[in-house]
Design a protein around this ligand. Sequence first.
Ligand code: TRP
Length: 335
Amino acid sequence: MSEQENKKRIFSGIQPTGTFTLGNYIGAVSHWGKLQEDYDCIYSIVDMHAITVRQDPAKLRQHTLEAYALLLACGVDPKKSIAFIQSHVKSHAEMNWILACSTQFGELSRMTQFKDKSQKHPDDVNAGLFTYPVLMAADILAYKADLVPIGADQKQHLELARNIAQRFNNKYGELFTVPEPYIPKVGARVMSLQDPEKKMSKSDENPNACIYILDEPDVIIRKFKRAVTDSEAIVRYADEKPGISNLMSIYSVVTGKDYESIEREFDGKGYGDFKLAVGEAVADHLKPVRDEFARLIADKAYLKECYTAGAQMALNVSRKVVAKAYRKVGFVDSM
Ligand code: TRP
């Protein structure tokens, strides 16, 4: 057995909806590069999931390419991992159908994200939005992934994928690996800079609430300067100080300093100094990502080479699983 086969397999996906936020980066994508040393990693830009809400086609195409370039800029190495665009690999659509027929209407109706999104877009509650978690299960199960790095908002979907896998295995005989969530050891949950009780999100109406990883340094610094804090004027980590605690946790991730040393560093200093330091540290930290992104996005031929090879590798892995699933449900062999 090759070394590759001894490693546990990780699958994760990210939607190509605009550029990643500091939250996506710290909570997810910044870990993806490190994971590729110890795991057999498969990462996908999930454009098929993106069209469950209305998209401008030209923008979706551009955002998908940008998201792919960003993935590489954040440290995913297309030679160490399989990095591809979901719609390039037909196994996802094929597996989606098989799994849809092992998923109950009732369980999809209980998905909180469906309820939230259908309230937000009452004029477009399409069937794809409803069956979104089935496609996500297909992404994961088609590669027999052992582990799936996800944020809290995707836990219910992963739980459903586990149920679908188990149900299929019971009905038709062992095929799918039942995936486990992968929770990174470090990796703070990044909160909104304007309302630190809420997760940092691209959909926030307040442009100062959210840092994008391609924001220019002066924009990053300005947003941090405007971050909501409290009136105590002491830099310390505490539940009742969500604004300062959020800034401390961001500062800690980008500098590697622990909370105690941050408290010491800013002892006797005001929030203005602290916020500036956080802004500068984040801007410095993201500079190599921004530079690498600029280089990659200008080299469309290289990007194409990477995502084409990635799709081919992804197909090689997933088509075997799809073929087994087809046989198990009783489809006649086609070749
Ligand atoms: N639904 C995920 C999100 O919005 C993205 C996603 C699609 C995903 N397929 C996946 C994540 C498979 C992990 C595994 O965040």
